[in-house]
Design a binder for this molecule. Sequence first.
Ligand SMILES: C[N+](C)(C)CCCC[C@H](N)C(=O)O
Length: 273
Amino acid sequence: MPSLSTCSVLPVQVQLQTQTTYRGITDCMVKTYHHESPLGFVKGMSFPIASIAVVNSVLFGVYSSALQVLTATSHQERRAQPPSYTHVFIGSCTGGSCRPFMLLSLQAYCLAPFDLIKVWLQNQTEEPKGKSGSPPPQYQGPVHCAASVFQAEGPRGLIRGDCALTLRDNPTLGIYFVTYKWLCRQFTPDGQNLSSGTVLVAGGFAGVTSWVTATPLDVIKSRMQMAGLRQRVSARREGLGVFFQGLSINSARAFPVNAVTFLSYNYLLHSRG
Ligand SMILES: C[N+](C)(C)CCCC[C@H](N)C(=O)O
């Protein structure tokens, strides 16, 4: 189920999280536009676009499989007998039994190299092509970036920050799916079918709620990916707000993107009958 969600994680958000030179979103966007032209707002997108179908398919597939294992019911049976919020939370954030859990960790390992390359490319300043005197960007693209990391640090270099990525995703995926399920049940009168409007609103708020809880670890993950543990996040020096850098612009992205993601998931689920 391809969703443009992760590929639309804006370079502005990553730069706000990993660089301390910007005074805020507007300052970052103005400098990005002036130094890199509009192309600066879409740099590092090719790998997220290439990977999002796999990552989302593993995510929603593991969630459905885990619910089936935990509740011993099929999707059709779950429509009449909805799973408990505990089952939804366990099913989404730990993958339930051992087998789906390995797949959920696989989701993080699938995502880690793509996420690392996205963060590295979104952090390099790409002067407009042909701008006189401007040095060429360090990495010519995702494949060149991946090869450079592999050559310098070996395969482990490509999954740097994977632990922070797993800690960021597993519990907050529980919040993601429980928020969606709770809102759907709140807005759907007994005996009536789930409406598309309810799915869109519930999916949007689920995306925003899960990112609110995930952003502190997202900042730490991005810093680890950029500079290892050398560039620690310092709340004392940067203030507690540093752990929520980029949240507002990411929330503006996450609401519509996850609304459509859940609408697609719901459509595919019900088209199976
Ligand atoms: C669990 N965590 C909050 C990390 C992500 C949940 C939302 C994932 C979605 N593909 C998006 O990019 O918004």
